[in-house]
Design a protein around this ligand. Structure first.
Ligand SMILES: Cc1cc2nc3c(=O)[nH]c(=O)nc-3n(C[C@H](O)[C@H](O)[C@H](O)COP(=O)(O)OP(=O)(O)OC[C@H]3O[C@@H](n4cnc5c(N)ncnc54)[C@H](O)[C@@H]3O)c2cc1C
Length: 455
């Protein structure tokens, strides 16, 4: 089979690259190879009843398939250069923002219309944060919500399915330089193309590393973010979340000078388990529809760690900490803030007596036995700092779930076109280590597709 363009991975990066190429209507033959299922067949077998933990499916339906890791996410598209990746370092800040707005326009066209866009522009909270040693990062955020995000993906798929050849359940095993283009091998079959876009996301990180090794493409190690998910009564954060929805706040600890940041804020929503390669970590959900809302708000507090010499495996470090929490708690551990600062574990009865009712069934325990002291101290400091702008954050009954880990791919050496040292071989999205978010990954796909169209 010969294609003009082959895209590997159908996450937001791959989808938006395919969309842009298809919409140009120039008769370009495009194929998308995806290790996971098409959207409607993506189903994690964990039902909390018969199947309680990961059974190690051949491909993980949470991370893989049409929509990629973002398919069941809460669909928060942050339009900013302040976080979510460093795409701007390659393509410039204005271009990056322009493309993120374009992605938003497409999402609105395919079902997102009517969802709210929040913004930090002109907010009084910026000053309040500065006065209390905190920094509020600038962003606009479109909150699609888990349900709408799914609907938008479904509509985009219906638009693309007749214009692009999709190969689902087809993991690409090899990519080789062949003639003037590339040959890819999947399920024992060979396909060729003139141009190739690799967009394999977080789940494809090991494979991406192998490809870089085989093709001698330089890479550098990236960071890992480690911390906890905080859950508290929604009224404590309502003044912030009503105006901003998601506030990205950064704090520099007095003790060690480390940066602790809020991440993935979910007003009136639930804490959930996340399964990364069989390790259970914690995350948060955010539904747009009010009938799924809870009385709580949750967000993560994360500290970034980056190892380079002689130990380079930042992700391995994060994994080990998550495994330790799984060993002690059989999964995610929950602890009352009051218990943590008193140096005592939370017990089932202490959690039952808590005024904050947990939205996730987790094992009551002691997070100080899991997280390194430096990280734990930074999180405690930040909770007290947040208490000044949202009084009640440092209440004894505030719940902390651990651990939350955000893994990042190693960074692939790319030029300003997101092209590797090989002509017409591009790496985009989270798989490149350049982006870490829906909007940046999607924008990188549009960027490369437009480059190809220009050529
Ligand atoms: C639970 C969760 C919630 C999140 N919430 C948000 C949020 O609200 N806002 C936000 O900005 N970001 C969020 N993120 C992050 C966001 O989902 C990612 O940044 C985004 O999906 C990256 O897009 P991508 O296309 O680069 O990669 P991915 O979405 O990871 O897609 C890569 C695809 O490539 C496929 N693949 C991998 N290797 C191969 C191979 N060898 N052959 C064929 N296919 C392959 C995978 O199966 C996968 O489907 C969340 C992530 C998770 C896990």
């Amino acid at each position: 089979m010969k294609y003009d363009v082959i895209i590997i991975g159908a996450g937001p990066g791959g989808i938006f690259a395919a969309y842009e190429l298809a919409e140009a209507n120039k008769g370009i033959r495009v194929a998308v190879f995806e290790a996971g299922n098409e959207l409607k067949k993506r189903k994690c077998p964990i039902d909390g009843d018969k199947i309680k933990s990961c059974i190690g499916c051949k491909t993980c339906s949470i991370m893989s398939g049409f929509g990629g890791a973002g398919a069941f996410s809460d669909g928060k598209y942050n339009i900013t250069n302040d976080f979510g990746g460093t795409l701007y370092e390659h393509i410039g800040k204005d271009k990056a923002l322009e493309l993120m707005h374009y992605v938003d326009k497409i999402n609105m066209k395919y079902g997102g219309e009517g969802t709210r866009m929040y913004s930090t522009t002109g907010t009084k909270f910026k000053k309040l944060c500065i006065q209390n040693g905190l920094q509020l990062l600038d962003a606009s955020v479109r909150h699609l919500g888990t349900d709408k995000n799914y609907e938008v993906l479904e509509n985009i798929y219906n638009e693309l399915r007749d214009k692009v050849d999709f190969y689902f359940n087809t993991h690409v095993d090899h990519i080789r330089i062949s003639g003037g283009g590339y040959e890819i091998e999947a399920k024992g079959e060979k396909y060729t193309c003139d141009k190739c876009i690799i967009s394999v996301g977080r789940s494809g990180s090991a494979w991406m590393e192998k490809v870089c090794e085989e093709l001698d493409i330089p890479t550098t190690s990236n960071r890992v973010d480690i911390g906890v998910r905080v859950e508290l009564p929604a009224v404590i954060f309502d003044h912030l979340t009503d105006e901003l929805y998601e506030s990205k706040i950064v704090y520099r600890t007095k003790q060690f000078g480390d940066r602790v940041r809020t991440f993935c804020m979910n007003p009136h929503d639930a804490v959930v388990n996340e399964n990364t390669n069989g390790i259970i970590t914690v995350n948060g959900h955010s539904y747009e529809s009010a009938d799924k809302h809870t009385e709580n708000t949750n967000f993560a507090l994360l500290v970034a760690k980056h190892f380079s010499e002689p130990f380079k495996d930042s992700n391995g470090y994060g994994e080990s900490i998550a495994r330790l929490s799984n060993m002690l708690g059989g999964g995610v551990i929950v602890q009352r803030f009051g218990d943590l600062v008193k140096g005592q574990r939370s017990t089932p009865s202490r959690i039952n007596e808590s005024f904050t009712r947990p939205t996730l069934k987790a094992t009551p325990g002691d997070l100080s036995l899991v997280l390194p002291k430096r990280i734990m101290d930074g999180i405690i400091e930040m909770i007290y700092a947040l208490d000044k702008i949202a009084p009640g954050t440092a209440n004894d009954d505030t719940l902390l779930y651990g651990v939350e880990v955000k893994f990042y791919n190693m960074e692939v050496e790319l030029d300003e076109n997101l092209e590797t040292k090989y002509k017409d071989l591009y790496v985009i999205g989270d798989g490149s280590g350049v982006t870490h978010s829906l909007s940046h990954a999607s924008a990188s796909g549009v960027y490369v597709a437009r480059r190809m169209l220009e050529e």
